[in-house]
Write a protein that binds this ligand. Sequence first.
Ligand SMILES: NC(=O)c1ccc[n+]([C@@H]2O[C@H](COP(=O)([O-])OP(=O)(O)OC[C@H]3O[C@@H](n4cnc5c(N)ncnc54)[C@H](OP(=O)(O)O)[C@@H]3O)[C@@H](O)[C@H]2O)c1
Length: 254
Amino acid sequence: MESSFTDKTVLVTGASRGIGKAIAIAFAEAGAKVLVHYNKNNIAAEETLAELTGNQHKLIQADISDPDSVYEMVEKLSAENGKIDILVNNAGIYEEANMLELSYEEFREYFSNTMNTNLVGVANLSFLVIKEMIGAGGGKIINISSRGAFRGEPFALAYGASKAGMNSFGQSLAVALASKNILVYTIAPGFVETDMTTEILQGTRGDAIKNQSPLHRVARPEEIAKTVIFLASEGTEYMTGCIVDINGASYLRS
Ligand SMILES: NC(=O)c1ccc[n+]([C@@H]2O[C@H](COP(=O)([O-])OP(=O)(O)OC[C@H]3O[C@@H](n4cnc5c(N)ncnc54)[C@H](OP(=O)(O)O)[C@@H]3O)[C@@H](O)[C@H]2O)c1
């Protein structure tokens, strides 16, 4: 198993905070050059950059939900940093809404907002990076999906649908791109301790959510990062197309 990513360039989307930050730190510790992507939170992204081992890393901004912004980011990265060996599609949003209380207009806005970030944005970025990867002889894509794709998301219908779409997109890419030496993996975490979940975990649902797992806790971002590093390592090629659960046995599939 490859333990070092020296000479590898990794684009981690949503690396300003949470899971993406932990992934960026883990790749930097393993010797990679990390392209630390963020959207609005420049200060947090600067903090991530400052915490990375080594000084070869770069910050890059783009709104994943905006096709032009994604295009400009990939153009810039291609011109300034050369090839991207590994793309981690981590950036995402989780919005709750009670469908029964929304007007049709509100529902469309809610649904498209999540879809444009979590699915359409991921597809657009993947499309552009794949073109670059093919030119460079291959690469790896690791998508951060969610347990919600399987379990259902009654409080966040669009989120569950976006992650189910991501699962299918990743599986299709794995088949379509194997001949181009591009391997595609998906990780489906249950609840993870990040800004995305702070309010929920501290609220009335918090204890019940923690007790969904026989470990009586949610995941730490570093636990997701460890699996990303594993999948990005040499020797996992035959796992292409997989969806790896990291949910503390809170939702078991067979
Ligand atoms: N936390 C969980 O329980 C959990 C469980 C399963 C799956 N996941 C998935 O794991 C991924 C990371 O989640 P997290 O918990 O680390 O979230 P988080 O702490 O809320 O951080 C979200 C990250 O995504 C970026 N982002 C959000 N909207 C964006 C947009 N339109 N364009 C570009 N970047 C955008 C944010 O950038 P800025 O900071 O610059 O705004 C931030 O870096 C997400 O895909 C999420 O669905 C999370």
